[in-house]
Design a protein around this ligand. Structure first.
Ligand code: FAD
Ligand code: PYC
Length: 415
C-alpha cells in the first residue's frame, strides 16, 4: 500500500491510530497443505514463495513467540555472498540477487544498503590466504577485490594505521555489492506479502510435537491445538535440534549463543562494513547512527539467549584496537541469539528422515544474508518434494557421503 504525503501527515496528527495491520492474525485452521514451523526470515520467505511462485495458498506459519523474535531480529544485518566453495557462492549470491530486488518485489522498504564489506588481513600469512580465497571467489563469479594496505586506508581512513598498532593492517578484500539490510523489515515485508496472498501467520503458537504415522508426518501438536498438514517445513534456527528430537531424529548441529552490541548513535562516521576475524570483531554503522558490532561464537554450546560481560569486553577491546576514535562512545545495548551450527558450517536444506518433513536449518552465524534463498529452496521442496538444483549439495545426506562444504573461513567471524 502506498501513502501520499498528505495521508502520512494526517496519520501523524491523528496519533498514528489509523494504520492498517500489515498482516492478518487468524485463528489456526484444522488443516493446511503446508505448515512451516518458525516465523523468522526463512520461514516467512518460504511461505511467501510457496504462495507466489507455487500458487499454494493453504499454508500456515507457526511462530511460538513474535515474528522475527529469534535470530532474524537479533542479527547484525550483514549481507554478502563472498564464500569459498561454488555451492555456497551459488546459494548466497542467489540470495543477494533476490535481496537486490526485494523492496520492489514486496513493495516494502527493506533498507538494503550496498555499502560494501571489507575483510581485513593482519599478517602476511592472512594476506596470502586471502589472495587464494579471492581467486576462488572470482572463479565462482563473485565480485570481490583484493586490496593492499594503502587501498584499505583509502577506503576506511579511520582504521588504526599507527606504526605501533597491535593489529597491523596488511590489506584485505572487499565485496562492493555486500552491505546491510534492515532485519525486521525483511521479516515484516515477507509476512505482509505472504498474508496478502492468503497465508495464515499465527504468532504465539508453539509446536510441541509431531503426528507421525508409518514414517510419514501428518500434522503438528501445538499450544493452540492439533493441525494436520500435507507437508511440514522446519525453519526454527537455534531450536532445530529440539524439533528434530520431537520428530525422533538427530541433526549434526550444536546450538551456541552469538552476541552483538550497539553504541549510542553518532553522525555518519563509517560507510562500509569492516570485519576482522583476527580481532574477533566486526562493525558497521546503522542508518540510525549506532555502531553495530559483534563477536565470534560463544565458546560452549548453550540455549541461554543472553549476552555476557567477558565476551563484550573482548569485542570492545578488539574494536578499540582497530578504531581508537570510538573510545569515548557509550554502549547502548548488548544481546545474543541462538544459532544452530553444523559440523561444516554450512546449512542443511532438504528432506528430513521423516517423510513429508523438510529442513531449513544450520545457518549458524550467517543465515540472515541467505533468507530469500533459504525461503525459495524450502518452498520448492514443500511444493514439489524435490530439491532445487542450488539446494541439492546442502542435503542432510552429505554427513553420510562425506561431501561436506567446509565454510568455517567463509563465515567471516571467529568460530
Ligand atoms: P530465526 O529468525 O531464529 O527464526 C526461527 C523461529 O522459530 C524463531 O522465531 C523461533 O521463535 C521459532 N521457533 C523455535 N521453536 C519453535 C517451536 N517449537 N514452535 C514454533 N516456533 C518455534 N547472519 C548474517 O547473514 N549476517 C549477519 O550479520 C548476522 N549476524 C548475526 C548476529 C547475531 C548476534 C546473531 C544471533 C545471528 C547473526 N546472523 C547473521 C545469523 C542469522 O541471524 C540467522 O542465521 C538467521 O536469522 C536465521 O533465520 P531463521 O529464520 O532460520 O531463524
Ligand atoms: O555472516 O557476515 C556474516 C556475519 C557477520 C556477523 C555475523 N555473521
Amino acid at each position: 500500500m502506498r501513502y501520499s504525503a498528505v495521508s502520512l501527515l494526517r496519520q501523524g496528527l491523528a496519533g498514528q491510530t489509523g494504520w492498517p495491520q500489515a498482516w492478518r492474525s487468524p485463528e489456526p485452521k484444522k488443516s493446511y497443505d503446508a505448515v512451516i514451523v518458525g516465523g523468522g526470515g526463512h520461514g516467512l520467505a518460504a511461505a511467501y514463495y510457496l504462495a507466489c511462485v507455487h500458487g499454494m495458498r493453504r499454508v500456515a506459519v507457526l511462530e511460538k513467540s513474535w515474528l522475527g523474535g529469534g535470530n532474524t531480529g537479533r542479527n547484525t544485518t550483514i549481507v554478502r555472498s563472498n564464500y569459498f566453495f561454488p555451492e555456497s557462492a551459488a546459494i548466497y549470491d542467489f540470495a543477494l540477487r533476490l535481496y537486490e530486488g526485494l523492496s520492489q518485489e514486496l513493495d516494502y522498504n527493506i533498507m538494503l544498503s550496498q555499502r560494501g564489506i571489507l575483510m581485513l588481513a593482519h599478517t602476511e600469512h592472512d594476506m596470502e590466504l586471502m589472495a587464494r580465497s579471492v581467486n576462488a571467489m572470482l572463479l565462482n563469479g563473485i565480485d570481490v577485490e583484493l586490496l593492499d594496505a594503502k587501498q584499505v586506508r583509502a577506503e576506511v581512513p579511520l582504521l588504526n594505521f599507527a606504526p605501533d598498532a597491535r593489529y597491523e593492517i596488511h590489506g584485505g578484500f572487499t565485496q562492493r555489492r555486500g552491505g546491510i539490510a534492515r532485519h525486521d523489515a525483511v521479516a515484516w515485508g515477507y509476512a505482509r506479502g505472504a498474508s496478502g496472498l492468503g497465508v495464515d501467520i499465527i504468532q504465539g503458537c508453539e509446536v510441541t510435537g509431531f503426528d507421525i504415522v508409518a514414517g510419514r508426518v501428518t500434522g503438528v501438536q501445538t499450544t493452540r491445538g492439533a493441525i494436520s498438514a500435507g507437508a511440514i517445513g522446519l525453519a526454527a534456527a537455534g531450536h532445530s535440534g529440539v524439533l528434530a528430537g520431537m520428530a525422533g531424529f538427530k541433526l549434526p548441529i550444536q546450538s551456541y549463543a552469538l552476541q552483538a552490541m550497539v553504541s549510542e548513535a553518532v553522525k555518519p562516521i563509517l560507510d562500509t562494513v569492516v570485519m576482522s576475524s583476527a580481532t574477533g570483531m566486526y562493525v558497521s554503522q546503522s542508518d540510525k547512527g549506532e555502531l553495530v558490532f559483534g563477536a565470534g561464537l560463544d565458546l560452549y554450546p548453550s540455549y541461554a539467549q543472553r549476552g555476557n560481560l567477558p565476551v563484550e569486553r573482548e569485542v570492545i577491546a578488539g574494536m578499540l584496537e582497530m578504531f581508537p576514535a570510538f573510545r569515548r562512545l557509550k554502549l547502548l545495548r548488548a544481546w545474543a541469539g541462538l544459532v544452530d551450527v553444523c559440523w561444516d558450517y554450512s546449512p542443511i536444506i532438504g528432506p528430513a528422515p521423516v517423510q513429508g518433513m523438510y529442513l531449513n536449518c544450520g545457518w549458524g552465524t550467517g543465515g540472515f544474508k541467505a533468507i530469500p534463498a533459504g525461503g525459495w529452496m524450502l518452498a520448492h521442496l514443500l511444493a514439489t518434494g524435490q530439491h532445487h538444483p542450488i539446494s541439492a549439495p546442502f542435503d542432510l545426506s552429505r554427513f553420510e557421503t562425506g561431501r561436506l562444504i567446509d565454510e568455517a573461513a567463509g563465515a567471516g567471524i571467529a568460530h
